[in-house]
Design a protein around this ligand. Structure first.
Ligand code: HEC
Ligand code: HEC
Length: 299
């Protein structure tokens, strides 16, 4: 009996050690990644100064405000006691902020390649979508950001619970560093089709809007890697959008309310960024989605 207890103790102790050790390895793997430094070959982007381009940059910056706050000076946009605290960065180049001393090229590195000025990979910042911005749109956006009045703000630093570090290291939240999924060779000299309610232009808005990141490769939806998010719906033609007219589709993005009367949560479904675009641009997205095969309903 004693012998049995002893052996059970040794086996359980051994198992515990293995679990502790592997969880520690996973958490280190996750934390170490943001300390790595990557170099990319930055292609220059022309930064315009005319008022039409600055106005376009302002419109494109609406999509940044969900995470970087209404004035773009940054905020904690994720705070969950079981997971941790995730702040965005201050984009106003204020003293002591992440973007202090940022030049145009530093914004390009962040948006196209998912790296901060020092070359560390940015976490959760959706560069995998913004990497598709045309030179013209990206230039306009950066031009607008560089006109922002510096706003000094302090907010808590990034912090993850041990459990979240282990889960992230095991890949349970998906790849949190867009740098890894970006095709860096393609992130240069990008042109967009002319603005109009066309499938081609819709494909452009679809790529910069990151629809696939959340709605899935075939837009069929399913559970979100963000544990706080509602289930992501099917937005292919086999889902609700297949029943909407182009005008109704545009209204969904403008108002966040669907024809079925559902109020979308702008924190999880970033409709305001697309809703700030011109009617023709949102309509283009509608036409593009109609060219894609219907997704099977999520189980
Ligand atoms: C889903 C939330 C989210 C959205 C939307 C978003 N960002 Fe970010 N962004 C972040 C987070 C989080 C960080 C900080 C990441 C880090 O430090 O690892 C960040 C960092 C950045 C940085 C790097 C600053 C630094 O720390 O050096 C820039 C530049 C930036 N964002 C610009 C933008 C712009 C411009 C937009 C809109 C076109 C935008 N972001 C939209 C979450 C977001
Ligand atoms: C950050 C994740 C995310 C991104 C990016 C995203 N969505 Fe969504 N979307 C959601 C979530 C979550 C919901 C459900 C929101 C709710 O229930 O409040 C949703 C809801 C919708 C709905 C409403 C569907 C219905 O049946 O009510 C449509 C339409 C939609 N998304 C289209 C798009 C398109 C088109 C894009 C790309 C331009 C896009 N979404 C990008 C997460 C996302």
């Amino acid at each position: 009996m004693r012998k049995l207890l002893k052996w059970t103790g040794i086996i359980l102790g051994g198992l515990l050690l293995v679990v502790l050790l592997s969880s520690w390895i996973l958490s280190r793997k996750f934390l170490k990644e943001s300390e790595k430094t990557y170099q990319v070959d930055l292609a220059p982007v022309a930064i315009p100064t005319d008022s039409a381009s600055l106005e376009r940059g302002l419109v494109l910056s609406v999509s940044c405000r969900t995470c970087h706050d209404a004035d773009l000076a940054g905020k904690v946009f994720f705070d969950d006691p079981t997971i941790g605290v995730l702040p965005s960065s201050n984009l106003t180049r204020a003293k002591g902020s992440e973007t202090e001393g940022y030049a145009a090229g530093d914004y390009v590195r962040a948006l196209r390649h998912g790296l901060n000025k020092a070359g560390h990979p940015l976490m959760v910042m959706p560069s995998e979508s913004y990497t598709h911005l045309s030179d013209q749109d990206l230039g306009s956006l950066v031009a607008f950001l560089m006109t922002l009045k510096p706003v000094e703000r302090t907010f808590p630093k990034r912090k993850f619970t041990y459990m979240a570090q282990v889960m992230a290291g095991a890949g349970l939240f998906g790849d949190l560093y867009p740098y890894h999924v970006i095709d860096h060779d393609k992130a240069r000299n990008i042109t967009a089709p002319p603005i109009g309610p066309t499938e081609e232009y819709g494909a452009y808005i679809f790529s910069i809007g990151g629809c696939k990141t959340c709605h899935g490769e075939h837009l069929g939806g399913g559970p979100s890697p963000d544990p706080a998010s509602p289930v992501v719906p099917n937005v292919s033609v086999s889902g609700n959008p297949g029943k909407w007219t182009a005008a109704q589709f545009v209204q969904v993005f403008r108002t966040g309310t669907t024809p079925e009367g559902k109020q979308l949560d702008g924190k999880f479904m970033p409709f305001p960024g697309i809703g700030a675009l011109q009617d023709a641009e949102i309509e283009a997205l509608y036409h593009y989605i109609r060219t894609l095969p219907p997704a099977p309903q999520p189980k």
